[in-house]
Design a protein around this ligand. Structure first.
Ligand code: ADE
Ligand code: ZN
Length: 350
């Protein structure tokens, strides 16, 4: 049965966006730590928090830029001490992902946030990997872990982190670059990314979230990344947009994050429609959902509600892009595409 997007009226879009299968490609697992779990783990581990209650912590989530968020995000992660804590955090994410019809998740973790506090690399990776394994068994969600280097730290520290992680190489598929973007260009990590590529690791990097288009270019040229995380500032350079479209270079866009961190004033101002119109392989993701007001379905539903030019055709395109941009084989992608087709046929019948 062929798809006719015009047979799907706007009022059926929210249900379709929620029900359609999708891949999540930009999710920091530490950013899925809900305030309730932060308090529970703080109590379990005897960690003192500078907030009196869950509500007081939530009230502090009023960010003015990336750095104002990162300060609170790293403080929240300080309650993670034992393998069980990392498992519990990731398991809570997978329960949400299953409810949002996520069929595949590629999950960032920030080991330096933990190893700098004396938590062993094994504790972090084994806790997360255990949750990934169980999510596949219980929910049928496949997943990959991506180790992120913190760009506000040195390249030497990144090499050190890589060394500590290599005994667990079978648990992660790639490396990324995150944390404070401005003043920390991708080329600072040229050598460690080159080493990672030699080791067969896939590479991605945050670029063009707050930083300029030149950071996106150096992520491509120097780090040789397979995806750009965020990338929304590419629109400031016509030649870069052309290049990204020509190379089908995926951008993992995170609309609610962009508004919370003041990259765009409101969702109605977001440039996602322009990115898609320019032929870019953009996807919708949740970044740090516990901090930014919603998981992947909330990102889809709120973004489509705010931007009237986004309709059923773009919903299809975004889901297909998420499969295309994922680090899985063609067979798996085509199985997900069939499921997507079924969800759209059902929505067009009504
Ligand atoms: N770490 C967690 N969330 C991030 C973001 N949105 N940008 C950069 N680093 C991050
Ligand atoms: Zn991110």
């Amino acid at each position: 049965m062929t798809l006719d997007f015009s047979r799907i009226p706007r009022d059926r879009l929210p249900a379709l966006l929620r029900a359609m299968p999708k891949a999540e490609l930009h999710l920091h697992i530490e950013g899925s730590l809900e305030p309730e779990l932060i308090f529970k783990l703080a109590q379990r581990n005897g960690v003192a928090l500078p907030y009196a209650s869950v509500d007081a912590l939530r009230a502090a989530y009023a960010f003015t830029d990336l750095q104002s968020f990162l300060d609170i995000y790293y403080a929240g992660a300080s309650v993670l001490i034992k393998e069980q804590d990392f498992f519990d955090m990731a398991w809570a994410y997978f329960e949400r992902a299953a409810a949002d019809h996520v069929v595949h998740a590629e999950i960032f973790f920030d080991p330096q946030t933990h190893t700098e506090r004396g938590v062993a690399m094994a504790t972090v990776i084994e806790g997360l990997a255990h949750a990934c394994h169980r999510a596949h068994a219980e929910f049928g969600i496949s997943s990959h872990l991506i180790l992120c280097f913190l760009r506000h730290l040195s390249e030497e520290a990144a090499f050190d982190t890589l060394e500590q992680a290599l005994p667990y190489r079978n648990h992660f598929v790639g490396v990324g670059l995150d944390s404070s973007e401005r003043g920390h260009p991708p080329e600072n990590f040229a050598r460690v990314f080159a080493r990672c590529r030699e080791l067969g690791l896939l590479t991605v990097a945050h670029a063009g979230e707050e930083g300029p288009p030149a950071y996106i270019e150096s992520a491509l040229d120097v780090l040789q990344v397979k995806r750009i995380d965020h990338g929304v500032r590419c629109m400031q350079s016509t030649s870069l947009v052309k290049r990204l479209a020509h190379e089908r270079m995926p951008l993992t866009v995170c609309p609610l994050s962009n508004v919370k961190l003041c990259v765009f004033k409101t969702l109605a101002d977001h440039n996602l429609p322009a990115l898609l119109d320019a032929g870019l392989c953009a996807t919708i993701n949740s970044d740090d959902p516990a901090y930014f007001g919603g998981y992947i379905n909330e990102n889809f539903v709120q973004t489509f509600a705010a931007l009237p030019t986004l309709g059923a055709r773009q919903a299809w395109e975004l889901a297909m892009n998420s499969f295309e941009a994922s680090f899985v084989d063609e067979g798996q992608r085509s199985r997900w595409s069939k499921k997507l087709h079924e969800a759209f046929i059902e929505a067009s019948i009504g």
